[in-house]
Write a protein that binds this ligand. Structure first.
Ligand SMILES: Nc1ncnc2c1ncn2[C@@H]1O[C@H](COP(=O)(O)OP(=O)(O)O)[C@@H](O)[C@H]1O
Ligand SMILES: [Mg+2]
Length: 276
C-alpha cells in the first residue's frame, strides 16, 4: 500500500507509506550498565492495532517512551513516520502532536474539569496568545464536546477529574489524546487496573475511534487474552527482548517470528512464561 497524492501543479504533497513504525536493533539503557531493551526489531503497518505484552519490568514502558521521543536509544534506529523520535529535535517536535501518548498514570489534571482536560489536546493548535491564556476558539470547544460524547461522558463535562471513576478517567485520557487528532496512539496499560467489563468498554472505544480516524494504536497490556482479542499483532517482550510476535488471522494465530503455532500453544507458552 503506497499512497501518493498530487497537488494541482502535479508536485508531490504527501507520501504515505505502509510502515508507520520501524525499529531496527534498538538497545537502550537508563544507567549505561544494564540494558532495558536489547536489540528490538519492530515494524508496524499504518492502521494496525498493535499490542505489547510482557511481565513487569520487561521493558514495555521504555519502548513507548522511545517511540514518543522521551528517551533516545543507545544503539539502533527508530523511525516514526520516517522521523527519528527525539523530544529535543525540531523536526520531531513539529510532528509530536500527531502522537497521542497516554501514560500509565494517565496524566490528567485532577482539579480541572473533564472538558478542560480534553481541551488540553488542542493546545498545540492554538497560537501563542490563545495558548498562554488557554483561550480556546469556539470550534475547538465544539470539537471537545463532540469527542466527550464519543467517549460516553455526556453530562460529565463540568465534573472535576478527581471525582471520576477509574473507567471515566481513562475515557477522559483517551478523549484528550483524540482531541490531538493523532495518527498514532500510544497507551501504557490503561486498562490493566480495571474490571473485565470496563476494560472491554474502553478497548471497544479505542477500536471504534481507530476505525473512524484510521489510527495506529500501540497499546501495552498486562493481559495476553485481552491483547489477542483486540490486536492485529501482539509482541511479547521478555527481559528487554522481543521473544514473539503473533497476529490473529481469522481463527488462527500466526507467529511472525518463528512459524505457525496454534492458539493453545501460544497461550500455554505465555502461561508457562508468566509463572517463571
Ligand atoms: N527511570 C528509570 N531509571 C532506571 N531504570 C529504569 C527506569 N525506568 C525503568 N527502568 C528499568 O528498565 C527496565 C524496564 O522497565 P519498564 O520499561 O518500566 O518495564 P515495564 O513497563 O515492562 O514494566 C526495568 O528493569 C526497570 O527497572
Ligand atoms: Mg510499564
Amino acid at each position: 500500500m503506497k499512497q501518493i497524492q498530487m497537488t494541482k501543479n502535479s508536485s508531490f504533497s504527501l507520501i504515505s507509506t505502509k510502515k508507520i513504525i520501524q525499529m531496527n536493533d534498538v538497545w537502550t539503557s537508563y544507567d549505561s550498565k544494564n540494558f532495558a531493551l536489547e536489540g528490538i526489531n519492530m515494524s508496524i503497518d499504518r492502521g494496525t492495532n498493535y499490542a505489547i505484552v510482557g511481565q513487569s519490568g520487561s521493558g514495555k514502558s521504555t519502548l513507548l517512551k522511545l517511540l514518543n521521543g522521551m528517551m533516545i536509544p543507545s544503539k539502533g534506529t527508530i523511525k516514526v513516520d520516517y522521523v527519528t523520535p527525539n523530544m529535543n529535535d525540531k523536526k520531531f517536535k513539529k510532528m509530536m502532536h500527531t502522537i497521542g501518548y497516554i501514560p500509565q498514570s494517565l496524566g490528567l489534571i485532577k482539579n480541572v474539569t473533564v472538558i478542560e482536560n480534553i481541551l488540553i489536546g488542542a493546545l498545540p493548535r492554538l497560537n501563542k496568545i490563545q495558548s498562554m491564556f488557554k483561550k480556546f476558539p469556539e470550534n475547538e470547544i465544539k470539537e471537545a464536546k463532540r469527542i466527550l460524547k464519543l467517549v460516553g461522558l455526556s453530562g460529565k463535562e463540568n465534573r472535576k477529574a478527581y471525582m471520576l471513576s477509574g473507567g471515566e478517567k481513562r475515557r477522559v485520557a483517551i478523549a484528550r489524546a483524540l482531541m490531538q487528532k493523532p495518527t498514532i496512539l500510544l497507551a501504557d496499560e490503561i486498562v490493566s487496573e480495571l474490571d473485565h467489563v470496563t476494560a472491554r468498554e474502553i478497548m471497544d472505544l479505542i477500536a471504534d475511534a481507530q476505525k473512524r480516524m484510521n489510527l495506529t494504536a500501540i497499546m501495552v497490556h498486562h493481559d495476553m487474552q485481552l491483547a489477542l482479542e483486540y490486536a492485529n499483532r501482539v509482541a511479547v517482550i521478555k527481559d528487554g527482548q522481543k521473544i514473539l510476535e503473533i497476529g490473529v488471522e481469522g481463527d488462527t494465530i500466526v507467529d511472525f517470528q518463528t512459524g505457525n503455532m496454534t492458539t493453545e500453544e501460544i497461550k500455554e507458552m505465555y502461561a508457562n512464561d508468566s509463572q517463571k
